[in-house]
Design a protein around this ligand. Structure first.
Ligand SMILES: [Zn+2]
Ligand SMILES: [Zn+2]
Length: 409
């Protein structure tokens, strides 16, 4: 019985990566044909100077090639719910690397060219005529929520638009934030940042990564927070953009749980310490079999009750499962790899639970922004101008970005 349950959960995880994304793509592709046709008219226009009708964008023209910095047509509002946002900052995520590299071209067949960048914040530039009066005005600072659901399916009505089968993703299935402007499909996908005075001042560069790096681990840890408490041990695997926030949420929601941070780089582990990790372990320093011994030593023999895997490779899953105590939970968040292998017998006899956690929902993003406005979470960001984006992509690939790289157009 337990085996069946684990198997079902595991298969569901695998299916969600392929089937759900495919579903959304087939819908999105028809919706974006119109946008792609704009680029075709612009092919000979790469070096033109900016004017009111164009904007500087970094676009994927061919997989595995550098992004092309070019002037593209500034989008125009074509229906009343849409909002044009002047991009203030966009975070660079590992998912952008997968997209640019073509790693997901089978599950997410993009119609190129495409502007990537899905962690977006900026200011209202123009609003459609169906936006409720007084809701938004030019100049308002906004965070762009990423899962643009249909609004009427069960998932959307439950508030989980990121799980909608018809979700469009800015920077993935439709043009995103590595650009001067982004056309947001509806005002429903924006969160206005009220200016509550100096105490809550949040910069646009701090706001942008909250929409994914700050949001995704928040949902993951909220899912298991009832298991946290005195004497419990939670491990965060991978201290990249997401992991840094994950350590902070483990501290905030963990009710005195002990937090262990794992990474292959000492600089990232130092960052985890500043975020509240009680123990840090450099996984590159040990053979796989010895990591568990290190953990047992560091936790006085307690082991680990929950692992939040912010990486998602064969190796991190292997390490994570081996660390878990009986009844332990592995939460899969990172999408670095393609497939994972679970050891069957230990998974059954120890009653492990494997949970997938995708992105976060709109209200969870509101909560994260509230934490940031009240200075309860910290940020670790490095700013770069849009014209250096290809260099920054190389730095991220080489593991040289500590925290989140933020691209400013
Ligand atoms: Zn991302
Ligand atoms: Zn929906």
């Amino acid at each position: 019985m337990h085996y069946i349950l684990i198997n079902v959960v595991y298969k569901a995880l695998l299916c969600r990566r392929t089937v759900k994304i495919d579903d959304s793509i087939s819908f999105s592709c028809t919706m974006i044909t119109k946008m792609n046709s704009i680029y075709e008219n612009d092919e000979n226009n790469i070096n033109n100077t900016n004017n009111l009708d164009t904007m500087l964008s970094a676009t994927i023209h061919q997989y595995q090639n550098p992004l092309v910095l070019q002037q593209t047509p500034k989008p125009k509002i074509i229906h009343g719910e849409q909002v044009l946002v002047k991009v203030g900052a966009t975070g660079l995520c590992h998912s952008d690397l997968h997209l640019v590299n073509g790693d997901w071209k089978k599950s997410i067949p993009l119609q190129l060219p495409k502007i990537p960048g899905h962690e977006i914040a900026g200011w209202i530039e123009e609003i459609g005529d169906s936006v409720p009066e007084g809701l938004l005005q030019k100049g308002d600072m906004v965070a762009v929520f990423g899962g643009w659901g249909c609004g009427i399916c069960i998932q959307c009505k439950n508030g989980n638009e990121q799980l909608c089968s018809y979700t469009k993703w800015p920077g993935i299935t439709v043009d995103g934030g590595f650009s001067e402007y982004i056309l947001v499909e509806s005002y429903r996908f924006l969160i206005k940042i009220e200016d509550d005075g100096d105490k809550s001042k949040l910069s646009v560069e701090e706001l942008a990564p909250l929409t994914d790096a700050g949001l995704t681990p928040y949902r993951a840890i909220k899912k298991i927070r009832q298991m946290l408490g005195p004497g419990k041990v939670i491990a965060i695997m991978g201290i990249g953009g997401l992991g840094y926030y994950a350590v902070q949420y483990a501290k905030i929601l963990g009710q005195t749980s002990n937090i262990i941070a794992f990474d292959r780089q000492d600089e990232k582990l130092q960052l985890a310490e500043t975020a509240g990790a009680d123990v840090t372990i450099n996984t590159s320093a040990y053979e796989k079999q010895n990591i568990k011994e290190q953990v047992l030593t560091a936790t006085n023999g307690r082991g680990v009750d929950i692992v939040i895997d912010c990486v998602g490779t064969e190796s991190t899953v292997y390490n994570s499962i081996r660390l878990l105590n009986k009844g332990g939970v592995l939460v899969l968040v990172g999408l670095f790899g393609n497939q994972i292998t679970l050891p069957l017998v230990p998974s059954v006899i120890n009653e492990y639970s494997i949970i997938g956690s995708l992105w976060g929902n709109y209200n969870e993003l509101r909560e994260v922004i509230d934490l940031a406005k009240n200075k309860i979470i910290k940020h670790s960001i490095q700013k770069f101008p849009l014209n250096r984006i290809n260099e920054v992509i190389s730095l991220l690939k080489e593991g040289k970005i500590i925290g989140r790289a933020i691209i400013v157009p």
